[in-house]
Design a protein around this ligand. Structure first.
Ligand code: ADP
Ligand code: ASP
Ligand code: MG
Length: 410
């Protein structure tokens, strides 16, 4: 019997009325005879509200307690959705992440799923019960509650789909699919019919919040075709899969961006591989993710090193560096806030050398200063001032003709 995993995000389950609508969809799918695992997020802005409350207590609350706190959001949704389905005459049962056997590594706030003990849910699926699992959470070897990082319910859904060998994994959300860029920012953004795992992975890592990056990573590694579609309409969604046709004349599939970027610069660092690696070791030891890196060699002895980090992690990053100032041997530490990262993504870029130049031209024409650059085979990222973000997105969307439909393959 086929198994389908359906995931519903925060907006889709924001109140009881919407839970009834979600139940309609689940029931429709159930009637096809499929076994069903349904993964849900916290209702509406619940997680933001919990984060805000913790922030009233401390600007650096205990990560362990944050996980205990944030995991409650999803627990509310699973119980209510299960009640709705039971009330409507269907067998349904809710599971927290730990009850569902979702085992993670021992890292708070951004744990990776290591394994799923399928024996806990399997008997319920066999009986035909609709299994509702709390997204975004798991448990460590020693029973500690963990969460998977903001937006992590997508990852719970894909990990469950992989573990149970699901035929389909559908991500229901508040947009009708994956667009060329966030449709809230660019009004003429276009919904993509398909996008490859690699492009979606880049888009997600580069800030396209429509899918959690690890969800795409698990989907790619386990060959799970993902569909992103609307909870509110029957419109066809976007399919994320291995190979997707790319018109020769088009190199860019979409734009992604991140706000709240800060740049940290260490001046007067010894010019040695060892000195640079010590800096990154110190930061990595605290599980702080750094992003774009630029090193400027000033002379034979000295170098300067800049990297970007999310605004929320700036204080922690500065603390690590300051407390190790002597061991790391730098002379000055400066930082700049109010930055954004804008990236173009597309598999066609690998074979189209002029794309980066086209991007810099377009930005320069609007007087948008590029402060840092990072590239890979299928993306170019630039760091710019955040107050220029909107203009940059609109300009690049036009430059790369992203509103135009792709032509059909013959
Ligand atoms: P959910 O709660 O369902 O997980 P999210 O808020 O996490 O929903 O993701 C959906 C949102 O992602 C959209 O409302 C949209 O603003 C944003 N988004 C960012 N980039 C894109 C993109 N390229 N295509 C579609 N949506 C995007
Ligand atoms: N509720 C969590 C968040 O808001 C996880 C998710 O929605 O995917 O980040
Ligand atoms: Mg999400």
């Amino acid at each position: 019997m086929a198994l389908t995993v359906m995931k519903f995000g925060g907006t889709s389950v924001a109140n009881v009325e919407r839970l009834q609508k979600v139940a309609d969809r689940i029931i429709k799918q159930k009637k096809t005879g499929d076994q069903l695992i349904v993964v849900v997020s916290a209702m509406g802005k619940t997680t933001d509200e919990l984060v805000r409350m913790a922030g009233e207590i401390s600007d650096r609350p205990s990560k362990r307690e944050m996980d205990v706190l944030l995991s409650t959001g999803e627990q509310v949704t699973i119980a209510l959705l299960s009640m709705v389905l039971i009330q409507r005459g269907y067998d349904a049962i809710s599971f927290t992440g730990w009850q569902a056997g979702i085992k993670t590594e021992d890292v708070h706030e951004s744990a990776r799923i290591g394994a799923i003990d399928t024996s806990l849910i399997r008997p319920h699926l066999k009986k035909g019960t609709i299994v509702i699992v709390a997204g975004f959470q798991g448990v460590t070897e020693i029973g500690e509650i963990t969460t998977l990082g903001r937006g992590g319910s997508d990852t719970s859904a894909v990990a469950l789909a992989a573990a149970f060998g699901a035929a389909k994994c559908e991500i229901y959300t508040d947009v009708t699919g994956v667009f060329t860029t966030d449709p809230r920012y660019v009004v003429n953004a276009r919904k993509l019919k398909e996008i490859s795992y690699d492009e979606m992975l880049e888009m997600a890592y580069l800030g396209a919040g429509v899918l959690h990056p690890r969800a795409v990573e698990y989907a790619k590694n386990n060959h799970i075709e993902l569909v992103v579609r609307s909870s509110f309409s029957d419109e066809e969604g976007t399919v994320i899969k291995e190979e997707v046709f790319m018109e020769k004349s088009k190199s860019v599939r979409g734009l992604a961006f991140e706000k709240n970027v800060t740049k940290v610069t260490l001046l007067g660092l010894p010019n040695s591989v060892c000195a640079v690696s010590k800096v990154f070791d110190a930061i990595a030891a605290k599980h702080i993710n750094i992003d774009v890196i630029v090193q400027n060699v000033l002379d034979q002895e000295k170098t300067s090193l800049s990297f970007t980090v999310d605004r929320d992690l700036l204080n922690e990053t500065l603390d690590v560096l300051k407390t190790q100032e002597k061991a790391l041997h730098f002379q000055h530490l400066i930082h700049e806030s109010g930055l954004a990262k804008v990236s173009i993504v597309g598999s066609g870029m690998a074979s189209n050398p002029g794309v980066a130049a086209q991007m810099f031209h377009a930005l320069a024409e609007k007087g948008i200063k590029v402060k840092m650059i990072s590239t890979s085979e299928i993306k170019v990222s630039t760091i710019i001032d955040e107050d220029k973000l909107q203009e940059a997105l609109e300009t690049l969307h036009d430059t790369f003709r992203l509103t135009e439909e792709e032509s059909v393959r013959l």
